[in-house]
Design a protein around this ligand. Sequence first.
Ligand code: SF4
Length: 427
Amino acid sequence: MRLLLVAPAWPRESLWGQIVFRFPYLSLTTLAALTGDEWEVRLTDENVESIDFADHPDLVGISVMTPLARRAYEIADRFRSEGVPVVLGGIHPTMMEEEARAHADVVVTGEAEAVWATLLEDFRAGRLKPLYRARDFVSMERFPVPRRELLKKKAYFFTNTIQTSRGCPFDCDFCSVTSFYGRTYRVRPVEDVVEEIEQMGGGFLFFVDDNIAGKPRYAKDLFRALIPLRVKWFSQASLSMVKDAELLDLARRSGCKGLFIGFESLSQEMLRAMGKSVNRVSEYRDAVRRLHDHGIGIQGSFIFGTDQDDTSVFSDVMRFIEAAHLEAAIFSILTPFPGTRIRDALLREGRVLHSEWDRYDMNHVVFQPKRMSPDALQEGFHWAYRRLYGYRSITKRLFPFTRNGLFYGIQNWGFRRAWRQTLGVSP
Ligand code: SF4
């Protein structure tokens, strides 16, 4: 039997559709690892290769995030019209079950790993159900090692992505991590993580965890175990990490070279309103200094368009980024993703402009902001990116190139190129 797993393409007009530093998603390689030997598994990431619609596998599985939903449904409809049954799973079908069912033979809600074996067994026995609801959160004990050999390795910036935990101890209004993974923070045994890294051959790693330091005691054990492996790693963490000197020191000694940090806003009022009060704006500069003192570069994440933001937010954020010498940053337009409390609130207030999912990429305004027009928000977002990835700002932020200057130099160049291509400006 033949199974095709598909990651749909990002829309070309999305910044993410232009990014050259692609990492593969672990969800499909992990499902492949949970698929029995009786299946021949292929994986097509449409961001790096085309789908061969002339080939008809026995079953197709598609992983769907909200901005990819339109394309995912097109792919599903095409395979189904040719008689190939399609399974849709992932965060979007979980939150928009009825919508997804119109394009699938089977919808999986929740963590697909929990029901995958049953689903495949039902397929073999000819009793496939239209809906598989994963009610339990999967254990991270003996978590399967993703089948990375299925990836077209040369098409990616690197394939050494690895996961140590799922979930986040926090529950911000705009984020769907907790509504999908529950208010649980589950971690893999450290020895399993070390074994997988050794299989991968070490080198550069990207831990795709939503918050690698969500459980400080576990993170310390993990970092201690990484030290003898002599790897260099990047990940995402919340700012609470910098308050623990031992944790920070172990991160440095274990090879942490950069962290993606969600600052989100310079307004404490906004952070409180959005449930992210773990962040203290008054402590930002000190937190940045401490990370930099440990040789850790920072990619800051900021949200534009909250109810506290007027048009001054763009220049305020840019001033902070440059004064703090953040090596890189990502801007997101506030986006009411299905399953988030912010969507419920904006729908109640009649402020969601539309549900064209491919515009739900955090680069497009899809709701009515409170203190500026949608156009002003969109233009301000572009202005901030234009300035951030202009040569003047890059030089100012990275100078004197002491913290992983080469890596962040390439990263800034890549984002500059992706952003300009998104806007149709020659790179
Ligand atoms: S801290 Fe980050 S990952 Fe956790 S809920 Fe908030 S935005 Fe989501």
